[in-house]
Design a protein around this ligand. Structure first.
Ligand code: SAM
Length: 106
């Protein structure tokens, strides 16, 4: 009833599933232009979660902009990005992450 599928660790257009255990920028670099229909990602929020090192806001935005640029390059013109971010208020607290689009970063 269920078909067994191989899970690859290196991107190739012929693979059904790729689970890349490394830096997303290296994975994205291997993906051809305009070849993806959908990107769904939950990048670091930079709000001091236990699993992340909080960066200066400018550094964080530069890092995320580099990833978004690569995602946009890989996306088909009809494609979509779901980008989950933390909600940061300068001098204030932070909130649980919300979904939003950040087209102004690229
Ligand atoms: C906000 S967390 C994701 C939380 C996850 N969505 C969940 O629900 O548990 C961000 C994750 O991105 C990983 N990460 C940070 N920089 C990365 C990069 N350059 N490439 C791939 N993963 C990265 C972090 O190790 C962390 O696990």
């Amino acid at each position: 009833m269920f078909r067994t599928r191989k899970i690859a660790e290196v991107f190739s257009p012929s693979e059904d599933i790729v689970l890349y255990p490394g830096d997303c920028l290296k994975l994205l670099a291997a993906i051809p232009d305009e070849s993806l229909s959908l990107v769904i990602t939950s990048p670091p929020y930079n709000i001091g979660k236990e699993y992340e090192k909080k960066l200066k806001l400018e550094t964080y935005i530069e890092q995320q902009a580099a990833v978004i640029r690569e995602c946009v390059r890989c996306l088909s013109p009809q494609g979509s990005i779901c980008w989950q971010v933390g909600n940061y208020v300068d001098g204030g607290g932070h909130h649980t992450p919300r979904y939003c689009a950040v087209p102004y970063l690229y």
